[in-house]
Design a protein around this ligand. Sequence first.
Ligand SMILES: C=C(CC[C@@H](C)[C@H]1CC[C@H]2C3=CC[C@H]4[C@H](C)[C@@H](O)CC[C@]4(C)[C@H]3CC[C@]12C)C(C)C
Ligand SMILES: C[S@@+](CC[C@H](N)C(=O)[O-])C[C@H]1O[C@@H](n2cnc3c(N)ncnc32)[C@H](O)[C@@H]1O
Length: 356
Amino acid sequence: MDSFSLFFTTALLAGGLYWFVFFFGSAERKGKRAVDLSGGSISRDNVHDNYKQYWSFFRRPKEIETTEKVPAFVDTFYNLVTDIYEWGWGQSFHFSPSIPGKSHKDATRIHEEMAVDLLDVKPGNRIIDVGCGVGGPMRAIAAHSKANVVGITINEYQVKRAQIHNKKAGLDSLCEVVCGNFLQMPFADNSFDGAYSIEATCHAPKLEEVYAEIYRVLKPGSKYVSYEWVTTELYDGNNSEHVEVIQGIERGDALPGLRSYDQIAEIAKKVGFQVVKEKDLAKPPSHPWWSRLKMGRIAYWRNHVLVTILSWLGIAPKGTVDVHEMLFITADYLTRGGETGIFTPMHLIVCKKPEA
Ligand SMILES: C=C(CC[C@@H](C)[C@H]1CC[C@H]2C3=CC[C@H]4[C@H](C)[C@@H](O)CC[C@]4(C)[C@H]3CC[C@]12C)C(C)C
Ligand SMILES: C[S@@+](CC[C@H](N)C(=O)[O-])C[C@H]1O[C@@H](n2cnc3c(N)ncnc32)[C@H](O)[C@@H]1O
């Protein structure tokens, strides 16, 4: 090869690599870029250690079951995954049934708007988003209902991200974000006109604790809507494949233990709620919620290559590849949970706090 060809080939390869690393988009192009991946509030040198610490929780499962250990466990998880979620999924950290002819973005928004429509709130009412993530649902719900939404998340980094997004969307006058534990909320009794939680209370070691807190802060006569992660009636604890799938979901999603669908209403009633409606939104005629996850497989391979290169170049913190790989594996367990029908992330429950 003459020197001109060598120079030309090297320049082409370098240019291609630069484009792949810095410009090649992710599944969700707006917002986070691969080069911005961080460990949330964890300093970049500690990402790998925190990843190992996250796994150590599963070696001592009794600890995740205790209320005091939960904030640390869940907080570590969200420091590790928040940027990857935003980069590869978007600002709404949940699933929704796919809707033929509609984009994922629209299907997500429709699923979110349904939650607030079920609350029957009026413009100017004050409602709470329990476990708000970086606020994708909060912004859709505030824009749709004109209610004032207060979000609470255990993760400080998510609070910062949500505040940035709220401001950018021009919704910061309707949306407020608070860092705190939903098992001990920093809000007065009877202070909200409605409450919702989207795929968040599954992180509570005891569902009655978070439901009791939500009941406490709601005004009498107001409603609470939740999309719960549960095992369905098709789950068989004696089937080793079922057990493997559910344990895989728990480990890759920071869950202290998935509950069965038939426990949810019982717990709601136990803390004082009237149960108005209960339904698995994943059941037909809904279209599969897991198809988006399954369709993205090629993009995840590409993301894996990208994350590996960025880590190798020292741009992404050490440990990012491990976190990404964990999510890659989790995506497969979630898909299997959906396809077999043993798991749903959208068991809807609508509750009412009785009038005083
Ligand atoms: C409600 C929860 C989170 C639900 C989902 C938002 C996330 C569950 C699994 C996540 C992902 C899996 C694969 C990732 C992929 C390998 C990567 O390249 C891009 C991001 C993923 C698609 C990521 C996105 C978010 C999820 C779908 C739980 C935690 C209670
Ligand atoms: C899967 S995310 C869902 C976020 C949001 N509902 C959405 O759909 O985009 C779960 C959220 O619950 C929050 N969470 C989990 N345990 C919590 C706790 N004990 N207190 C407050 N927030 C908690 C997490 O920080 C995260 O924001």
